[in-house]
Design a protein around this ligand. Structure first.
Ligand code: LLP
Length: 431
């Protein structure tokens, strides 16, 4: 199986964290998101342990909650003593509602509005990751008005291309995010920030991209970022105490994707950072990382019911399901690959080549092409694996299709964490 939390039971049914997915489809209806809570907790602990051990005792992961944001996941993060990164006042609102300590929240984004900034500062947010000068000025003005000092990290682009797909490639010089080291703008950004009242610049941030499968791009980013930190110390006498290396560790979606050992990858990045610090006689900063996908993706499975199978003679076969791009837009957007199976016939031979199609009135609404399944029949339960990240978070009501519920599973026991949206919910803002 693709991940160790997936198995097939004696009935030939797919199980997630020990729970029979076919029984869950019956109990809660389809389409349905399942989320293995135990898995997410294990991953949080792996990151926390590894970062403390290999970087420094005060180093820690921040959960990049854009990957999956709802009350239950923030409660889980709180319970695991995770700090989180939020990218909007909406994410911040939910994190606060879940009872998270605002001091453990880092606010990202390249276009924070005045009201975002005020809302976050009134809530007592720990850090802003400041993207640009206009935003810094707004933070400074409000901090002065409130008579306080706001901690910030400055977002930089280290000029690293991790060679993943373009939509998630963010560390290059030509990027809408941050300030480039290479062009001298990063240094100017820092000098401007230092001159502003009401702001404490504690360090720097970069995020080079997503779906990265080895330590090399992180080590390269660390080289550039540490080079910048050393330059600031030598030229301006400023020693940064925080370095945030962003998220991006990859996840296995299909058999041909590599398996990535998070602990080992962090060990290699840590050893590299210690080497740089020794060579430059720089005190090891607090290292932050922002895993999103690698914390939650493999905890998720989506279940659908097969509605029909259509074979176009001489062309191909379409398997249509009761969900699609409204609950998982990633194939439509990025051609992202997924593994599918029939949850109720998990041992049958997968010898039927097909395109899995969603129910939207749009031909691009596909879950994937050239997929193999046992020949499906109406009523079969189709499972899409590894859907914990960027599925619920990117869901929409296109075609006025309602959003799916989320059922969380912990040690085999299931509970409803997000109920299914109703038609009335869907029009609740419409006057
Ligand atoms: N930190 C920053 C500043 C980010 O922009 C991101 C992701 C992360 C951390 C988390 O990266 P991760 O560990 O999840 O790779 N919707 C796309 C992914 C967009 C990622 C945006 N930023 C997808 O479905 O693949």
């Amino acid at each position: 199986m693709l991940h160790t939390n997936l198995a097939v039971n004696e009935k030939g049914h797919l199980t997630l964290c020990g729970a029979d997915t076919v029984a869950l489809a019956k109990k809660y209806g389809t389409p349905l998101y399942l989320l293995d809570e135990t898995r997410i907790r294990e991953k949080c602990r792996t990151y926390q342990r590894a970062m403390k051990t290999y970087f420094s005792p005060e180093s820690k992961p921040l959960y990049a909650s854009k990957a999956l944001s709802f009350l239950g996941v923030y409660r889980l993060a709180k319970d695991e003593e995770m700090a989180v990164d939020v990218v909007s006042a909406g994410e911040l609102y939910i994190a606060l509602k879940a009872g998270m300590d605002p001091g453990n929240i880092y606010f990202h984004g390249n276009a924070k509005t005045v009201s975002d900034i005020r809302f976050a500062m009134d809530a007592g947010i720990g850090y802003f990751v400041a993207d640009n000068e206009a935003e810094l000025c707004r933070i400074s003005e409000y901090a002065v008005e409130r008579g306080m000092v706001q901690h910030v990290l400055l977002r930089l682009t280290p000029g690293i291309d991790p060679h993943t797909f373009d939509a998630v490639n963010t560390g290059k010089v030509d990027s809408k995010f941050g300030s480039a080291i290479e062009t001298g703008q990063a240094k100017a950004f820092f000098m401007r920030a230092r001159a502003l009242p009401g702001i404490s610049v504690d360090g720097f941030h970069c995020h080079i991209g997503s779906q990265i499968f080895d330590e090399k791009p992180f080590c390269d980013a660390a080289d550039r970022m540490m080079g910048f930190l050393v330059m600031l110390r030598d030229e301006l006498g400023y020693t940064a105490s925080v370095l945030n290396l962003g998220g991006g560790i990859g996840v296995r979606y299909v058999e041909s994707d590599p398996y990535i050992d998070i602990d080992h990858t962090l060990q290699l990045v840590g050893a590299h950072l210690h080497r740089i610090c020794e060579e430059t006689d720089f005190p090891m900063p607090q290292i932050l990382m922002e895993p999103g996908r690698s914390l939650v993706a493999d905890a998720g499975v989506t279940l659908y019911e097969v509605q029909n199978v259509k074979t176009i003679t001489g062309y191909k076969s379409y398997v249509s399901i009761d969900g699609g791009m409204t609950d998982n837009p990633r194939y439509a957007l990025y051609r992202s690959r997924y593994t599918v199976m029939l949850a109720n016939r998990a041992r049958d031979d997968a010898d039927f080549l097909c395109t899995v199609a969603g129910r939207c009135c749009e031909s691009g609404d596909l879950i994937g092409e050239d997929m193999t399944l046992p020949k499906p029949e109406e009523g079969d339960i189709l499972a899409v694996l590894v859907t914990g990240a960027y599925n619920y978070a990117m869901a929409s009501n296109y075609n006025c299709i309602t959003k799916l519920p989320i059922v969380m599973i912990a040690d085999g026991a299931d509970r409803l964490a997000v109920r299914r949206q109703t038609y009335a919910d869907m029009i609740s803002c419409q006057l």
